[in-house]
Design a protein. Structure first.
Length: 478
């Protein structure tokens, strides 16, 4: 059976010590497909030490030299797109068609984008009577990324690319469920000529995550994960005063106005709920529909959701792949039971599925609840599965107020043909990312991140580069 080994100093770690092993299963079949060697504290120490020494040399290069290597890395990742996408399917159980067109390319593009910024990064200059000053952005040192399991390629690259471009070394701790993509990314970056010790992968669960947070040699943590994990990361990082970026959960609203292009609105609601089987933090799981079109809208949602094919993630005709694990599927099914008990009306789905040939996998039908109200748990809490809650509204003001009535603030969307309304409502919605007549689109030069319980800091775009540097200001008395 394949053994996944930790990666530091530019290669797989051949530990003299016996490391703990963890089974890696394929979510679509439930089969064990690999064993992961888990890093211990000693390996973390060694990796931080090697990373620090590599980082000092890396930071001393010119931005152009760093950028050239980053660009090669982006190119190598693009060439390996299909291979990485296939691994991502084995990691997550998501559709190949999504991995190959969305998640994996968004990671490669982050490297390309960061390469350009590495080459063009500059500071500011100031002059006063008798004095001159300049500011520059300097790297933090060794930075770490702690990942969730839903977007392993994107998470790895969105964190590593800006960190590396700005002269840092990087240690990735992927989610324990999804080791495969990270292992191949490490090899590809080495093949692209990234100097040894700059990109490291350590495998482990929350214990390794906590050790990373407490490690005095690590300057920054970027987490993608749940809200409670985010709070623990802050606590654990406090003693060493690390910088922290938190990409946490969400319960985003989508406002569908009666003037919207009807087909676009229905499809947007479906995509914003069932992409990656609903395992997307920014998904718009609270769909507010203007009362006048509600009956037609529900009928169209039901018809299209029931036509969605659930099954083999590699089959181009599948619309939904597997959920990550049996435990997670059970959590989502428990929410369906809660929704029914709360009085929401199940209009489709709600059950586990056993597609032929994939009976051991964790599949579920796309699920839609109508007649929801704002205080239901299925409307307030993140489910992280293919479960949509539909609510209705009568006025724009009401829709905005109810959309904003959430502890989260990651994404929000609206569908309308009225340009003035689009700007007015977008301005009033409280979230880090707003999408109008689209959903979940994040080009590489576009920031992503939330407010409130969805966390803080931004990934992707030039804003992400800021979070891996600090400002150094030099004042010179002439
Ligand atoms: P999780 O919080 O359970 O785990 C995330 C990562 O944190 C894992 O690598 C885990 O090992 C690690 N971890 C857990 N406890 C830790 C601790 N005490 N100290 C340090 N590290 C620790 O989340 P998950 O189940 O992997 O992912 C689902 C969650 O992630 C959802 O809430 C989802 O909304 C969120 N998410 C957010 C974004 C975003 O960009 N905002 C993207 C994807 C997922």
């Amino acid at each position: 059976m394949q053994k996944i080994r930790n990666w530091n100093a530019g290669g797989p770690v051949d530990s003299a010590r016996a490391l703990r092993l963890l089974d890696k299963t394929y979510p679509a079949t439930g089969e064990v497909i690999a064993q992961i060697e888990l890093a211990d504290d000693q390996l973390l120490d060694e990796t931080v030490r090697l990373a620090k020494s590599a980082q000092e040399k890396w930071a001393a290069l010119s931005g152009q030299e760093r950028g050239r290597i980053m660009a090669r890395a982006g190119q190598r990742l693009i060439e390996a797109n299909e291979e990485l996408a296939a691994l991502e399917v084995r990691d997550v159980g998501k559709l190949y068609s999504e991995a190959v067109s969305g998640d994996v390319p968004s990671g490669s593009e982050a490297f390309e984008f960061a390469a350009a910024l590495a080459m063009t990064q500059s500071g500011t200059a100031h002059r006063w009577p008798g004095a001159l000053g300049y500011t520059e952005r300097v790297p933090l040192g060794v930075c770490a990324g702690i990942g969730a399991w839903n977007y392993p390629a994107q998470i790895a690259c969105w964190k590593a690319a800006p960190a590396l471009a700005t002269g840092n070394a990087f240690i990735l701790k992927p989610a324990e469920e999804t080791p495969l993509v990270a292992a191949r990314i490490a090899e590809l970056l080495a093949e692209a000529g990234l100097p040894d010790g700059l990109f490291n992968v350590l495998y482990g669960d929350h214990e390794l995550g906590a050790a990373i947070c407490r490690h005095p040699g690590i300057a920054k943590i970027s987490l993608t994960g749940g809200v409670e994990t985010g709070k623990l990361i802050l606590e654990q990082s406090a003693a060493s005063l690390k910088k922290v970026t938190l990409e946490l959960g969400g319960k985003a609203p989508l406002l569908v106005f009666a003037d919207a292009d009807f087909d676009l609105a229905v499809q947007t609601a479906l995509d914003a709920n069932f992409y990656t089987a609903g395992e997307v933090c920014s998904n718009a799981t609270r769909v507010f529909v203007e009362q006048a079109i509600l009956p037609d809208f529900l009928a169209a949602l039901k018809e299209r959701a029931e036509a969605m094919q659930v099954g083999d993630p590699m089959d181009p005709n599948s619309h939904l792949g597997a959920l990550i694990s049996a435990a997670h599927l059970q959590k989502v099914l428990d929410f369906v039971a809660i929704g029914k008990k709360e009085g929401a009306r199940l209009i489709c789905g709600g059950e586990q599925l056993f597609p032929p040939g994939f009976e051991g996998g964790h599949f579920m039908m796309p699920t839609i609840f109508a007649d929801c109200h704002d205080q239901m748990r299925i409307v307030r809490e993140e489910i992280f599965g293919p479960v949509m809650s539909v609510l209705s509204f009568d006025s724009e003001e009401e829709a905005i107020a109810r959309a904003n009535d959430s502890d989260f603030g990651l994404g929000a969307g609206l569908v309308t043909r009225d340009l003035a309304r689009a700007h007015r409502v977008a301005a009033a919605l409280k979230a880090g990312n707003i999408w109008v007549n689209s959903y979940n689109l994040i080009p590489p030069d576009w920031p992503f991140g939330g407010s409130g319980q969805s966390g803080f800091g931004r990934e992707s775009s030039a804003f992400a580069l800021e979070s891996y540097t600090e400002v150094k200001a030099t004042y010179i008395q002439l």
